[in-house]
Ligand binder design. Structure first.
Ligand SMILES: O=C(O)C1=C[C@@H](OP(=O)(O)O)[C@@H](O)[C@H](O)C1
Ligand SMILES: C=C(OP(=O)(O)O)C(=O)O
Length: 440
């Protein structure tokens, strides 16, 4: 549970009392949970989702699917262990209004599903959702036969006028601003009459592991998918038309949300174990093993999970984070406390995330005395002695956890709106205090 300081405007980030030694159980992956919900909703039979993430982004997804007619029963699994949701697909029907909040996965993944519904589905969300790019999904759906009303800006709000089925077929998009355009079209593609073929043209595609996650989960649900990794053409994916199976899926811990806890071990020269770290995964957070090792720690994957151990020294890094962009705010915070310069590249598209993350990280770290400059596609971070102050978060969960990380070593950092971590990790403030042993 939370205490009053969680909800007050500024959360006093606790200082580490020494090397952090803890085991931290991290809740389920946002990206896996929201893909699993979409695929289960489109399946031809009921399925189970075990250890789903319960956070703002996933509850918005569940709420939208329920409104469309899908049964989602929340409870304990049949074997009595842990939370499990039973998902019972049904005919998708409008009229419905979907609140996407500021969830990229909801605003991108659901319009292609809504094109299969019977009736109008209206999409709207937080003010920021009107600025996040959606043109790849809107233009593609029109090409594939869907009726869409929007204001021509390639963003929300919009209405999909579903007729119960969609022709589907080939489509070309520029997904350089978000890999979620590709994932969105593939996830619903098996249910289109001709399936879907998505061809990306334009700048480099970001977040490839997330597209691989989509392909893997589609295949596990019985879909036939051609992809570049399986010998297909570069930047082209094909999903054949066909039924999807109901699955019984255990959601992996969210490895991107494990980041602040592992970073605490790195920054304090401590050791943090995250149980249930998967041996094989498409989650981008798995790259933290390598990245944080390069920044000065070491890690070991055992039956107990992943243990990351800091060495007491934190090194800067020069790295392209294009594949793992959502790790950037946490890496930037560590880099600001390192003993040498860092350059984080390949993440220009972060300007269109929950907030303009490059501008926000620059402003906020510099506000504490740091020396961060924006480069064309990322950040240059020169460590400086930092001082306390308010760390603004712009309704961005990963800015909030980045502020908490700085506060481990810098006295009197106050994080604005720590509750925004609820987008993907509602228990963050409590988990942080428990890890640090700072709760009275
Ligand atoms: O498909 C997904 O689950 C995600 C893809 C990525 O989006 P972008 O490609 O827009 O960066 C990532 O940043 C986001 O947090 C989750
Ligand atoms: C970019 C992110 O989220 P979204 O799914 O809203 O795009 C993120 O979680 O870092």
């Amino acid at each position: 549970m939370t205490d009053e300081s969680t909800h007050s405007a500024h959360w006093p980030a606790p200082l580490a009392r020494g090397p952090v030694k803890a085991t931290v159980t991290v809740p389920g992956s946002k990206s896996v949970t929201n893909r699993a919900l979409v695929l289960a909703a489109l399946a031809s039979e009921p399925g189970w989702l075990r250890r789903p993430l319960r956070s703002r982004d996933t509850l918005l997804m569940a709420q939208a699917l329920r409104a469309l007619g899908v049964g989602i029963e929340e409870g304990i699994g049949p074997d009595g262990t842990g939370e499990a949701w039973r998902i019972v697909p049904d005919e998708l029907r409008g009229p419905v209004t979907v609140d996407v909040g500021n969830a990229g996965t909801v605003m991108r993944f659901l319009p292609p599903l809504a094109a299969l519904a019977d009736g109008p589905i209206h999409f709207d969300g937080d003010p920021r959702s009107h600025e996040r790019p959606l043109h790849g999904v809107i233009d593609a759906l029109r090409t594939l036969g869907a009726g869409i009303e929007d204001d021509g800006r390639g963003a929300l709000p919009l209405t999909v006028r579903g007729t119960g089925s969609l022709a589907g077929g080939p489509v070309t998009i520029d997904a350089s601003s978000s890999s979620q355009f590709v994932s969105a079209l593939l996830l619903s593609g098996a249910r289109y009459n001709h399936g879907v073929e998505v061809r990306h043209v334009g700048g480099k595609l970001p977040s490839m592991p997330h597209i691989r996650m989509t392909v893997d989960m589609l295949r596990a649900a019985g879909a036939q998918v051609d992809s570049p990794e399986a010998g297909g053409e570069r930047d082209v994916w094909r999903v054949a038309p066909g039924a999807l199976l109901g699955r019984d899926l255990v959601v992996e811990p969210d490895l991107s949300n494990a980041q602040p806890f592992l970073a605490a071990a790195l920054l304090t020269g401590g050791a943090v174990t995250v149980p249930d770290w998967p041996a094989h995964t498409t989650q981008p957070g798995d790259a933290l093993r390598e990245i944080f090792t390069a920044m000065g720690g070491s890690c070991e994957l055992t039956e107990q999970g992943l243990t990351f151990t800091g060495s007491g020294r934190v090194r800067g890094i020069d790295i392209d984070l294009g594949e793992v962009g959502e790790l950037t705010p946490g890496i930037a915070a560590v880099a600001a406390l390192a003993d040498s310069e860092s350059v984080l590249r390949g993440v220009a598209h972060l300007r269109l995330h929950e907030t303009d993350r490059l501008a926000a990280l620059t402003r906020e770290i510099n506000g504490l005395g740091g020396d961060v400059t924006e480069i064309e596609d990322g950040l240059r971070i020169r460590p400086r002695p930092l001082h306390g102050g308010v760390f603004h978060t712009y309704d961005d969960h990963r800015l909030a956890t980045a502020g908490a990380l700085l506060g481990l070593l810098v006295p009197d950092v106050r994080v604005e709106n720590i509750a925004t971590t609820g987008k993907t990790l509602p228990d963050f403030p409590d988990m942080w205090h428990v890890m640090l042993g700072t709760r009275a």
